[in-house]
Design a protein. Structure first.
Lengths: 165, 629
């Protein structure tokens, strides 16, 4: 299911309801509910958070607090392509910072941001646990090991041209 | 409904009602094996998958079908072998031929030559780095033969998605023994005598924790597996969960029986999707066989486990924060006036242990405390899995007996530093640990020994650094990490880390002040003395340990405006060595600032005014002509 399904007023309630049902409408399962919601929608839309809060009878402020405390959640829509640079210690000592800088320069956004055309989201992750291949960039779920600043730019160009085909 | 794997092998899947049922199943599984049937095992750990091992597995299936051998040869996807540097790793049984860096295009040769005819393909063998000798078997490779593998012992042999594999190697026999021949108190006594200490980092004696939880008033009691492995550069727990989930689960069921709990939780990092999948599959299989749920193995003992995925907050690795998160709240720790074994999850007695701690339990029950206590040093027993990463030749997972020296791990198992560069320091204990210099490499590995030198065991991350790693920058890296991950509840941690980071930032930017080192030490004392939880209390370790052993680097940054390792952007310049430059122009083509110019086939130069020190030219140059000054 895609982001558009959830925003589409006709079906999004059904999507949220099925997630709530999966967790027996248990307020203690709120984190798992938000995780499933984000898996469906790609991010946590405001109206969905309000809906969940109402159904579980917990304050919207608490839902918002959770959604902003945990790194896994995003309140903003994400780009078509998702680039994630591992900044674990092993990747760091092998030059992950140079990779991030070059991606920021190439995309014109900072780590943690999405560009205005919703093409790219650039994120960092603390460690993916594939330290032997560092520095690592995960592009749309695919692992790219032994990255360099120059290779990262080539990767972005490849993703850009794949979208035009 | 599709037949289960055991049914396909002609073994019935029924709830096991007794230890005898389990033993009969094990014997039936072994009898169903065709002796000496060739088996290709391919590593399916995250490291090898990132190297393309799925494509290798697919290629094997296709090639075996093409050569009409699909029926005669088994293919098995196993857990992590540990030698991640050499992925994708393939082992051909029954000979045990170890092939490394296997690509899909190698597969036809492997099937035709090795599987069909038993010939060894030299080009895929591991070459001994010193002697140049080609090594055929896994156990003869120096990376493996100095290790002592208990937790990882079955990782390369069993398919983690098949409980039958685990059972055929003696799995769940410890559970049967515990449920049918031991009283809960007896189990606790065995764990206490074994000397097992918590593998999550702090090293609290596991048996004492269990005893306190058992004796604590209040029902229900909970057992929790902390699989929120958050230390950057550490992935031992992930590989254990992915490669041998049943070992952890068996340990948890035994622990639950010992402390008197009927409900358990596993809290897994959401960045580990494969671990979540394998644990879920393992739990389903356990329920099918009656090893989880009601009346386990017909003993009358009930216990079930729930999986919770973490939300990507490092602080949730702290036990009290993890419990808040399980309750559906933000993961903020609490002051531990009352310990969580007395009042933990939902204010009930809770026994929380790390993945590796649980995984040790079946081994101890099966082989006895005397055996376990015989491994290691006076204060630290058994083995420890480390993830050996960074600037080291053999990156991967290593499991070693406690008491081995750091030098043996880094140089004998790890094969030393790549490119012939000089070793500078090793970082253990993640963001809570410290850096250990060359002069201390001969200390034995143990909880107390590492703490004494200003670091800690931690969960097992071991990051090797060479002379190109700036220690001030490294301290800054950890503080930056901790600033983002501090929950902000207590002031010493929230403010202490932020102020320390400000000081480190200005030192790296060449704006350091003469009294900055003293200021960092003062802030470190504040963090250590007054923070609420372990995150803040240990946050200064990366700073204090680097000041302790590498003060001269701090001084070079502050007084001479120089970064000796050539890392800190504000203090370095990139230059092209005219003697080494061939004038190929590759760097000029890549430079985003057009800062590099020169005639074709003549030495190029970098315009320092335009240069933003992105490092692309350094990565691009094939002739090592770009230098950092």
């Amino acid at each position: 299911m895609s982001a558009s399904t959830l925003v589409d007023a006709g079906t999004h309630e059904a999507v949220i309801e099925s997630i709530l049902e999966r967790h027996s409408c248990d307020p203690a399962a709120i984190i798992a509910i938000l995780q499933d919601l984000q898996d469906e929608a790609g991010y946590l839309p405001e109206e969905a958070l309000r809906y969940v809060a109402r159904r579980l009878d917990i304050p919207v402020s608490k839902v918002y607090r959770l959604a902003t405390f945990y790194r896994a959640f995003s309140l903003q829509p994400r780009g078509k392509h998702h680039l994630c640079v591992c900044t674990g210690t092993a990747c760091h000592v092998r030059g992950a910072v140079r990779v991030i800088r070059s991606l920021e320069q190439e995309l014109g956004i900072r780590a943690g941001e999405t560009d205005e055309q919703l093409q790219f989201t650039l994120e960092t992750v603390n460690c993916l646990g594939a330290c032997a291949l560092g520095p690592i960039v995960v592009a749309d779920g695919e692992y790219h090991g032994q990255m360099t600043a120059a290779k990262a730019v080539r990767l972005v160009n490849k993703l850009r041209s794949s979208g035009q085909e | 409904m599709a037949k289960t794997l055991a049914q396909q092998e002609g073994v019935s899947v029924e709830r096991l009602q007794s230890p005898q049922d389990l033993e009969r199943l094990r014997e039936a599984l072994i009898a169903a094996r065709v002796p000496d049937k060739p088996c290709i095992t391919v590593c399916g750990g995250t490291g090898c998958l990132a190297c393309g091992s799925q494509a290798v597995i697919d290629a094997f299936r296709e090639e075996l079908a093409r050569q009409g051998m699909a029926e005669q040869v088994d293919i098995r996807t196993t857990g992590c072998h540990g030698f991640c540097e050499r992925g994708a790793v393939v082992v051909i049984h029954p000979q045990g031929i170890f092939y490394q860096r296997v690509k899909p295009e190698d597969v036809p040769d492997v099937v035709r030559e090795t599987v069909a005819q038993g010939n060894v393909l030299e080009r895929l063998l591991y070459t001994h780095p010193q002697t140049g000798e080609k090594i055929i078997c896994e156990r003869d490779i120096p990376f493996y033969n100095l290790q002592r593998r208990l937790i990882l012992s079955h990782n390369g042999l069993i398919d983690p998605t098949r409980i039958e594999d685990y059972i055929s190697y003696g799995g769940y026999s410890a559970l049967a023994k515990a449920l049918y021949t031991m009283q809960p108190e007896e189990i606790i006594e065995v764990i206490k005598k074994s000397g097992l200490r918590g593998r999550g980092g702090a090293g609290f004696p596991t048996g004492r924790k269990w005893e306190s939880c058992r004796q604590a008033p209040g029902e229900p009691k909970y057992v929790i597996c902390n699989a929120d492995e958050g230390d950057p550069g550490a992935y031992m727990n992930r590989s254990t969960l992915e490669g041998n989930p049943h070992l952890v689960l068996e340990g948890m069921v035994i622990g639950a029986y010992a402390v008197g709990s009927h409900t358990g939780y596993i809290y897994i990092r959401h960045e580990y999707p494969l671990a979540v999948t394998n644990i879920s599959l393992a739990m389903e299989a356990m329920r099918r066989y009656g090893l989880l749920g009601e009346n386990i193995l017909g003993s009358g003992f009930d216990f079930d486990i729930h999986i919770a995925r973490g939300g990507g907050a490092f602080v949730c690795g702290e036990s009290s924060a993890l419990m808040r998160s399980l309750e559906g709240d933000v993961g903020e720790p609490r002051a531990k006036y009352v310990r969580s074994v007395e009042r933990g999850l939902w204010d009930k007695p809770s026994c929380l242990n790390n993945v590796e701690t649980w995984a040790n339990v079946p081994h101890i029950i099966n082989r006895g405390w005397e055996w376990f206590a015989g491994i290691g040093t006076d204060g630290s027993k058994g083995t420890k899995v480390f993830s050996l990463v960074g600037k080291v030749n053999n990156t991967g997972l290593v499991e070693v007996p406690m008491g081995i020296t750091l030098r043996q791990i880094i140089f004998d198992i790890g094969g030393g530093i790549p490119g012939g560069r000089a070793f500078k320091a090793v970082q253990t204990g993640g963001p809570s640990g410290g850096c250990i210099p060359e002069s201390l490499l001969d200390i034995p590995v143990g909880f107390d020994e590492l703490t004494r030198v200003g670091s800690m065991m931690g969960s097992g991350g071991m990051i090797v650094m060479d002379d190109r790693t700036c220690m001030v920058d490294l301290a800054r890296y950890f503080l930056n990490f901790l600033r983002e991950e501090s929950c902000g509840k207590c002031t010493p941690c929230r403010e202490g880390i932020a102020r320390s980071l400000e000081v480190l930032n200005r030192i790296c930017d060449g704006q350091g002040r003469p009294d900055d080192i003293a200021l960092l030490e003062e802030l470190g004392e504040l963090l250590r003395g007054f923070s609420l939880c372990g995150l803040g209390q240990t946050a200064a370790n990366p700073v204090l340990s680097t000041i302790r052993y590498f003060r001269d680097e701090y001084e070079a940054h502050i007084h001479d405006h120089r970064c000796p390792a050539g890392v800190c952007k504000a203090l370095i310049h990139y230059r092209i060595n005219p003697e080494a430059c061939t004038g190929c122009g590759a760097c000029a083509l890549q430079c985003p600032q057009q800062a590099i110019s020169g005639q074709k086939k003549a030495a190029h130069v970098i315009d320092q005014e335009l240069c933003i020190r992105c490092g692309i030219c350094l990565d691009t140059c094939k002739f090592s002509a770009v230098q950092v000054q």
